[in-house]
Unconditional design. Structure first.
Length: 283
């Protein structure tokens, strides 16, 4: 019997696209015979997992959790993608997403790469996801990841329908006073999709681009040059009102802003994140 080394497992994984544990089992059953191990993998239909990598995985769910931390609370959200909503809504897929989240929390992950590298049993999350692809018969991947920290963290998980798992997760970190309106703010984030917390958080290149577009648009409309700067500032303010959380009109009472909600309770928002299934970077 040939020794089943890490190099041998790696070789068979690369040649078949099967997950680490499946390769290890096949090699053990084949007593180290690579050709026989490949036959076992093919017979079990595992080899196709590698071929699924090229298929789009834009459905799925988002697992989220708030945990106590040194600075108060930390909120985690992990998107797990599948190819179809049929798979996404199965209890096993949702349970697997929860297990990926659990591994990410244990590792105190701060990025998708750190989630994939996190320990998952005797393997890593990346390897567990590869195993899941074989189990579900679809391309499965970890999509977006978000993490926010503060004295208080609120999470709102939105389902598009009762039979589907969460497809949008909004998280907001606030100070203790702001916790009173944190749930309302999370609902706002989910519904209105703000991109930045304050106007100071908007990158300079984004502001410059918006200013340039507003200027060109105003001139194209035939506005007198002397009033164009004022019009541009007005359009920039409209941009902030649409994209900056604290400047957005509060959906339940448009007469006030989200910033006003926090002012009324003497609180402050620290950070926020919004994750929506299928809205991450294209594969």
């Amino acid at each position: 019997m040939a020794a089943i080394t890490a190099a041998l497992i790696k070789q068979v994984r690369e040649e078949t696209g099967a997950g680490m544990m499946d390769v290890k089992k096949a090699l053990t059953e084949a007593e180290g015979d690579v050709a026989r191990a490949k036959e076992i993998i093919r017979a079990k239909g595992i080899q196709a997992a590698g071929k699924r990598e090229g298929r789009k995985a834009q459905e799925g769910t988002i697992a989220s959790q708030v945990v106590e931390s040194a600075n108060g609370q930390t909120g985690y959200a992990v998107e797990l993608n599948s190819e179809t909503d049929f798979v996404a809504k199965t209890p096993k897929f949702v349970e697997f997403a929860d297990s990926v989240l659990e591994d990410a929390v244990k590792a105190e992950a701060a990025s998708v790469d750190e989630v994939l590298a996190a320990a998952s049993g005797e393997a890593t999350v990346k390897e567990a996801v590869e195993e899941a692809a074989a189990l579900f018969g679809e391309h499965v991947k970890v999509g977006q990841f978000a993490k926010v920290e503060g004295p208080h963290v609120e999470i709102y998980a939105h389902k598009k329908s009762a039979e589907m798992p969460p497809s949008i997760v909004a998280m907001i970190a606030t100070d203790e006073a702001g916790a009173v309106v944190a749930h309302e703010a999370a609902l706002q984030i989910s519904a209105m999709g703000a991109q930045w917390l304050t106007r100071e958080d908007v990158p300079a290149d984004v502001v410059e681009s918006e200013r340039r577009v507003a200027t060109e648009k105003s001139l194209a409309e035939g506005k007198p040059e002397k009033i164009v700067p004022k019009i541009v500032e007005g359009r920039l303010n409209a941009f902030y009102k649409e994209n900056v959380l604290l400047e957005q009109s509060y959906v339940k009472d448009p007469s006030k802003t989200v910033g006003d909600l926090f002012k009324e309770v003497g609180g402050a928002a620290v950070a926020f994140a919004r994750v929506e299934v299928g809205k991450g970077e294209a594969e």
